[in-house]
Design a protein around this ligand. Structure first.
Ligand SMILES: Cc1cc2nc3c(=O)[nH]c(=O)nc-3n(C[C@H](O)[C@H](O)[C@H](O)COP(=O)(O)OP(=O)(O)OC[C@H]3O[C@@H](n4cnc5c(N)ncnc54)[C@H](O)[C@@H]3O)c2cc1C
Length: 429
């Protein structure tokens, strides 16, 4: 079919949802444009390993152009979408206007600080490679700073303990993974690297407002996760909220905790692009989609993944996890191919295979519905699934080798402090 007669499909976002849709449409008889504000697809589930120096940024990201290069007709544009005009069928970036016949919007989510945007600077969240490298810098700098204080005999007792106290706010899978990984690097990886401090004495505190961590998991796995965290020396505080964040620390319930490094894993807000569609959104800005993923009044527009609020047959919104985004991406692509042939979009059904969270070496929980695993077997399943779904052959091999190396040696190879190290070795004002 000549190019000008092909329907023009635009996919915004090359994350889990957008990339699946792109791969399905890339070699079809459509004119496909994929737009993303980064030039890579990011495997977010392993971001915590970049943040804790187990992996390097390039190990968990793959260039979008390279992933789609086999289909020569795909156009990939690097640009940040500001808004969508659904009446004119136009996608706006800062300097471009891209027209479409069919649109898939998959711009994901960012953190939510529950009305305290000023906390973002004090307690970064983990969503992008930049976030992960910044968190890695803060964690590694905390040990350098403590070493310097002890070596020069400066700082009072509170400053010294605050320097090596890491607080993670939010006991969902990301918070649990971060807490476990920080405990591991301080207890094992860095234990022998310093002369004046003992990194294994670092305090790692995980805060969760619900009565237990991993609230979405079955009770036996929640209990198991709690025990596995405690075995690693993580102090878990449940049923309390964090407040009054400052450079020096934060309040947790009635207690004030001095802590130099705070990490936010407590909430999400959908990407701002969803609101520009002019259709109803939920409390966190997710677009409320029809049961076929289209938006009200515009069957040519579909919203998927973390940006969509999709209610399943039990009237529950689907969780913000990668299998939801990937299945919706494939479904949205199939809907478009059907609509081009004159068929209406079809209802989306989610096939839930279960969920997992890792806590550390040989430590994890996995809810596979029929069977609940914890400890070593859950950890093995977690490793296997993450290697399978990691995008890019090079990434799979590199990550597998890094994990094997770390498992045998307890070492983490990416302990690099990048940017601003002189300013950070000074005590905070
Ligand atoms: C730290 C972390 C750990 C996680 N661990 C797990 C896990 O273990 N298992 C699991 O199932 N899920 C996990 N998730 C959730 C999972 O990653 C998300 O549910 C999934 O990424 C959602 O896919 P998506 O396509 O909706 O959005 P994303 O994958 O977030 O993709 C959004 C894409 O849109 C682009 N974008 C955003 N805004 C714009 C814009 N304005 N213009 C252009 N492009 C834009 C972004 O650059 C990105 O490429 C984790 C998430 C995080 C943050």
């Amino acid at each position: 079919m000549p190019d000008e007669q092909r329907p023009r499909v635009v996919i915004v976002g090359a994350g889990f949802g957008g990339l699946e849709a792109s791969k399905k449409l890339a070699c079809e008889e459509v004119k496909l444009t994929v737009l993303d504000r980064t030039n890579y697809h990011l495997f977010q589930p392993l971001l915590y390993q970049v943040a804790t120096a187990a992996l390097s940024p390039a190990d968990i990201a793959a260039p979008v152009r390279a992933i789609l290069h086999d289909c020569k007709k795909v156009e990939v544009i690097l640009g940040e979408v500001q808004s969508v005009d659904v009446n004119k069928r136009l996608v706006h970036t800062g300097d471009l206007r891209v027209t479409y016949d069919y649109l898939i919007l998959a711009t994901g989510a960012r953190h939510s600080y529950f009305g305290h945007p000023e906390w973002e600077r004090l307690a970064p969240g983990l969503k992008s490679l930049e976030d992960a490298v910044e968190i890695r810098r803060r964690i590694l700098m905390a040990f350098e700073y403590a070493e310097k204080m002890y070596a020069e005999n400066t700082g009072d007792a509170a400053q010294r303990s605050g320097a090596m106290t890491f607080v993670i706010v939010g006991g969902g899978p990301t918070g649990v993974e971060m807490a476990g990984a920080i405990a591991e690097i301080s207890r094992y990886t860095m234990a022998r690297d310093f002369r004046y401090i003992d990194p294994s004495k670092a305090r790692v505190i995980l805060i969760e407002s619900e009565p237990q961590v991993l609230a979405a998991f079955p009770e036996d796995l929640r209990n198991s996760a709690m025990k596995q965290l405690q075995d690693l020396g993580v102090e878990v505080r449940t049923g309390v909220r964090a407040s009054d964040l400052t450079e020096e620390g934060l309040r947790v319930g009635d207690e004030y905790i001095r802590s130099r490094v705070k990490i936010w894993a407590a909430g999400n807000n959908a990407s701002f692009v969803g609101k520009s569609l002019g259709v109803p959104v939920d409390r966190v800005g997710r677009v409320i989609v029809n049961d076929d993923l289209t938006i009200p009044g515009h069957p040519e527009v579909q919203v998927i993944g973390d940006l969509a609020n999709f209610t399943n047959q039990y009237q529950e919104p689907l969780p913000g996890v990668s299998p939801v985004a990937m299945q919706q991406g494939r479904h949205a692509a199939r809907n478009i191919l059907g609509m081009i042939e004159g068929r209406p979009p079809q209802r989306f059904w989610y096939f839930d295979k279960g969920s997992m969270a890792t806590i550390g070496r040989n430590k994890a929980v996995a809810d596979l519905h029929a069977v609940h695993l914890s400890g070593f077997p859950a950890w093995l399943v977690w490793l296997f699934v993450h290697i399978i779904f990691l995008v890019g052959f090079r990434n799979r091999i590199v990550v597998l080798l890094q994990w094997a190396w770390s498992y045998v040696t307890f070492n983490k190879g990416a302990r690099l402090i990048t940017r601003n190290f002189q300013a950070e070795t000074r005590p905070p004002a």
